[in-house]
Design a protein around this ligand. Structure first.
Ligand SMILES: Cc1cc2nc3c(=O)[nH]c(=O)nc-3n(C[C@H](O)[C@H](O)[C@H](O)COP(=O)(O)OP(=O)(O)OC[C@H]3O[C@@H](n4cnc5c(N)ncnc54)[C@H](O)[C@@H]3O)c2cc1C
Length: 415
């Protein structure tokens, strides 16, 4: 490793949601005296390193409060669609009617829906603009390797001299190179399923309703966007997903309509074949979230099934917890890369991550199959939950990220 020509307090590898949100949180709390550098090849929009992300995400109430505290929410709020209610069904693809088994409606607080839908590229764009505004140093290149010493970590950013930092953060996504360099193994498995993502325009207004249809190949989620559009996350066994996504427009439309239904009138999948993407789905959790002067956040630490739309929300909880641990330490005059600071972060995040990983795994196993016996049991279970307002309220607060030891940013408080 060449000797560093540059020093910062925190170096973040990865400028997706997690990395950018962390960079903004640190700068806002600790000011211009605290140097934050963020490196990601996808920051160079001309390079093609970031392919267009066709996904939209359900942002739960707690992360939305965090985006508000970070000064980002106002920029995207006009395009964000509140989710006002949600229905869950369980049926076979060929069934003409999909009976509603469970409904969620209402608000977390008066005037505050439990989630909003927003296009990923729009939100990442707003985060990148705010990071630049708060003085985060943005480098359009990947971190390729690093070496850790007792006082600092030295990382190589491609095409530059090395950079020294007190703390290195791996926010470099599911196939994290930094996690691999640190020798941190993951445990988990592929589900043999893939999620087809597309945006569908429809004739009638969705009224802010999200729908999740549990079908034998996997869940089919219909998530409301502004302007009479829905984002769909359509999970199938991987071979079926690859076949469906390659269909000609007319055949794709027929498969889509069979699952989407006619409630919203005529539908059109936007963008033709270029408007569809396939994402393989799996469960992967890092054995450790920390190493010497290294912290993993977001998908670099854990990837879960999109069945509950919680992957990003989980990553933003990492960000809020790590930001709080670092800010508290720096205000006490401590080194932000010190083991005690990182252990506080890891303790905070381990249990919540395991709970969410196990819940999404059980949900997917319970619903993505053709067993009529299992269907009977799960439908009785869903019917019972639907009749218990207290249990439903608890599920909504959990999905909104408001249960447990919630970090300050997720309560909407400044650090
Ligand atoms: C189909 C689908 C639907 C989903 N829907 C939802 C939802 O509704 N709600 C929700 O909460 N979650 C959802 N998720 C999960 C969510 O999309 C992810 O959890 C989230 O995008 C992860 O963000 P991240 O910042 O951790 O990683 P990423 O978004 O993967 O960002 C990683 C960044 O690191 C950069 N990078 C890579 N290598 C390097 C390197 N060596 N050096 C520097 N930079 C590097 C990349 O260019 C990239 O910009 C969904 C996932 C899928 C697959």
């Amino acid at each position: 490793m060449p000797s560093p020509d540059h020093h910062c307090d925190v170096l973040i590898a990865g400028g997706g949601f997690a990395g950018l949100a962390l960079a903004i949180a640190l700068r806002r709390a600790l000011g211009s005296g605290f140097a934050v550098t963020l490196a990601d090849p996808a920051l160079d929009h001309g390079s093609g390193a970031r392919a267009q992300d066709l996904r939209a995400s359900a942002i739960a109430a707690a992360p939305r409060r965090m985006f508000e505290a970070l000064g980002v929410w106002n920029a995207v709020a006009p395009q964000a669609q509140p989710i006002l209610d949600m229905v869950v069904t369980d049926s076979r693809v060929e069934d003409a009617v999909r009976p509603v088994l469970l409904t969620f409606a209402g608000e977390i607080e008066p005037g505050e829906p439990f989630a909003h839908m927003i296009e990923n590229d729009r939100l990442v764009g707003a985060l990148a603009a705010e990071a630049a505004r708060t003085g985060v140093e943005l480098l359009a290149a990947p971190v390729t390797e690093f070496a850790t010493g007792p006082q600092q970590v030295v990382a190589q950013v491609a095409g530059r001299n090395a950079i020294a930092a007190s703390l290195l953060v791996a926010a470099d996504g599911a196939r994290s190179r930094l996690r691999e360099c640190a020798g941190i193994a993951t445990h988990g498995w592929s589900y043999g399923q893939s999620a087809i993502v597309a945006t569908v325009a429809h004739e009638r207004d969705h009224g802010g309703r999200a729908e999740e249809h549990f079908l034998p190949g996997g869940p089919f989620a219909l998530l409301p966007l502004r302007n009479r559009r829905c984002s769909i996350v359509w999970t199938e066994r991987s071979a079926d997903a690859d076949r469906i996504v390659a269909l000609a427009n007319g055949e794709f439309h027929a498969e889509l309509e069979q699952r989407f239904g006619l409630r919203l009138g005529d539908i059109t999948a936007l963008g033709g074949r270029d408007g569809r993407r396939v994402h393989p789905v799996g469960l992967w959790v890092a054995r450790r979230f920390i190493d010497d002067r290294l912290a993993l956040v977001g998908d670099a630490a854990h990837v879960i099934h999109p069945i509950a739309g919680q992957g990003l929300n989980l990553g933003l909880r990492d960000v809020a917890a790590l930001a709080e641990a670092v800010v508290d330490a720096v205000r006490l005059g401590l080194d932000p890369g010190e083991a005690a600071v990182l252990e506080r972060y890891q303790r905070w995040r381990r249990f919540d991550t395991m709970t969410m990983s196990v819940s999404t795994d059980v949900l997917n196993r319970l619903f993505s199959n053709r067993s009529d016996v299992l269907r009977l049991f799960r439908d009785i279970g869903l019917g019972l939950v639907d009749r218990l307002p207290g249990v439903k309220h608890m599920f909504i607060r959990e999905a909104a990220g408001l249960l447990g030891e919630v970090p300050k940013l997720l309560r909407g408080e400044a650090l």
